[in-house]
Design a protein around this ligand. Structure first.
Ligand code: KIV
Ligand code: ZN
Length: 508
């Protein structure tokens, strides 16, 4: 596509586009999310390091804690401009002033719905109140951005009337919120084109994602000359959220070559921090930062990616600080499996490779997602069938009962030499695993990371299936599995299975 021609004929992109991040305000209004002052500071620091132009740090009139967090962030003296939200009310504006902020974002509902059902004000009262807020803030030396809340459901002539008055009152920038996300790309195109033609003042947009169009609409607004976009990390915000910071910034750079001066390599870690602190985890298919954003499973795609990543990736994962993942499953091809095995330094002969490949396909067909740990475990099991098992259980004695600590005596053959040890524990399984650990401590230092016990048949003679994950200090991990009618035996054999595989992993 001839982008330069498209830009010239269809777009009117402004020379400078400002990123106004509202993760700490609208993002915090995500249902169920509340951030502590320290958490807000951590996020603000990362936003500043990323290089966003403005950070809406809070709504000071809403609580004392908000004023405190705004003040503490302000004291950090960031490069990003810090913004405080206020209704068009003098007491709200005072709270922003009290927070030491120099940039205010005032707002007032302008749509019939907000006028009639929420504010109970007529059009004149709306204009009077909004203008008073802007003038009061300007009189206190603040930079003022005014939002006509629910602008996109406001009669167009009245919206222009409000904006005319707000401009006369001295506002520095006008914001158009699509408060309930009703815009579409073409209605955005028309609205922003008209507003840009009529007003000679910077225009900002604040679009919600109710129909999943927030990022697309924000992009169109920028294409039609909007000077600023309100965004949130991970697209957080009221209900279904706002335009996503990472999606917008990356699209502008990748599709149009517009570099906003942000360090995009920080996006993934910022997204993770926000996900962790807010408890809102991203779906795996979330663009740019989701687990699958750079993950490939199908043989055809992996083959392409291994030759040149541009075949099936629009940008490199490094551009956003993410990483590529080759996932195994029913669509896996031989090339993917080979590259995965190479990654783990596992050498299989042709027959072993075919066996592993078949197992991966069978697991995939049964609907299982195959993790790297699974693959290593399958491949190592395949390898171990051709090698001697280094640690073998030779005997087990248990004693437990009222008033005495459960004790296990375990006899193992380790590299051909028999050794025996007794240990106590909170129960017979714990005691047995402690005994194993004491016996192998010369050979290796292992950690039991996971232990899962499942009864796979009913009754007192039920078969127990034990699944364990062990690791060593070098972070090698290995799974082990065993099924037995005796749960202690199943546990010991699963642990030994896992340890033997770990020894193999260490040797490859
Ligand atoms: O969505 C909205 O209208 C808002 C305003 C406060 C700008 O968040
Ligand atoms: Zn909003």
């Amino acid at each position: 596509m001839d982008m330069e021609r498209l830009k010239k004929e269809y777009m009117n992109i402004s020379d400078k586009i400002y990123i106004f991040d509202t993760t700490l305000r609208d993002g915090e209004q995500t249902p169920g999310v509340a951030l502590t002052v320290d958490e807000k500071i951590q996020i603000a620091r990362k936003l500043n390091n990323l290089g966003v132009d403005k950070i809406e740090v809070g709504f000071p009139a809403s609580s004392k804690g908000e004023i405190e967090s705004c003040r503490r962030i302000k004291a950090l003296d960031f490069d990003s401009t810090l913004v405080g939200l206020a209704r068009s009310l003098r007491k709200d504006i005072d709270a922003v002033i009290d927070s030491d902020l120099e940039y205010i974002h005032t707002f007032l509902g302008t749509s019939p719905s907000h006028r009639d059902y929420k504010l109970k004000m007529n059009k004149e009262q709306i204009i009077e109140t909004a203008v008073d807020g802007v003038e009061y803030a300007k009189d206190h030396g603040l930079k003022v951005e005014f939002s006509a809340e629910d602008a996109t459901r406001t009669e167009y002539d009245f919206l222009c009337d409000v904006f005319d008055n707000i401009v006369d009152a001295g506002a520095d920038i006008l914001d158009i919120p699509d408060t309930v996300g009703v815009l579409t790309p073409i209605t955005t195109y028309a609205l922003i084109s008209d507003i840009k033609e009529k007003f000679n003042i910077p225009i900002s947009v604040h679009f919600h994602n109710d129909f999943g169009l927030a990022t697309a609409n924000t992009l169109v607004a920028i294409e039609r000359g909007a000077n600023q976009a309100h965004v949130t990390v991970n697209g957080l915000g009221e209900r279904t959220g706002n335009c996503s910071l990472e999606e917008l910034v990356v699209t502008l750079k990748a599709a149009y070559g517009i570099d906003l001066g942000l360090d995009t390599t920080r996006l993934y870690s910022l997204s993770n921090l926000v996900g962790r602190l807010t408890g809102v985890k991203m779906p795996v298919n979330k663009p740019i930062v989701g687990d699958n954003a750079f993950a490939h499973e199908s043989g055809i795609h992996v083959h392409g990616i291994l030759n040149n990543s541009s075949t099936y990736e629009p940008i490199s994962p490094e551009m956003v600080g993410h990483s590529r993942r080759i996932v195994l499953g029913k669509h896996t091809g031989a090339n993917s499996l080979k590259s995965k095995l190479k990654e783990y330094h596992i050498d299989l002969d042709d027959e072993q490779f075919d066996n592993v490949f078949t197992q991966i396909k069978e697991l995939g067909d049964s609907g299982k997602c195959i993790t790297d740990d699974d693959l290593v475990s399958i491949a190592i099991t395949e390898l171990s069938s051709a090698r001697e098992t280094r640690i073998v259980l030779k005997g087990l004695g248990l004693s437990s009962g009222g008033g005495v600590s459960p004790t296990a005596t375990v006899k193992l053959e380790i590299d051909g030499e028999e050794k025996e040890a007794a240990s106590t524990g909170v129960g017979p399984i714990d005691a047995s695993i402690n005994a194993i650990q004491s016996l192998i401590s010369d050979t290796m230092n292992i950690n039991l990371e996971e232990y899962n016990l499942e009864a796979i048949t009913g009754g007192t003679d039920a078969l127990a299936e034990v699944f364990v994950v062990t690791s060593d200090p070098d972070d090698n991990r290995s799974t082990g599995r065993s099924t037995n009618q005796d749960i202690v035996m199943a546990s010991i054999l699963a642990v030994l299975d896992s340890i033997n595989k770990l020894l193999l992993i260490q040797s490859v």
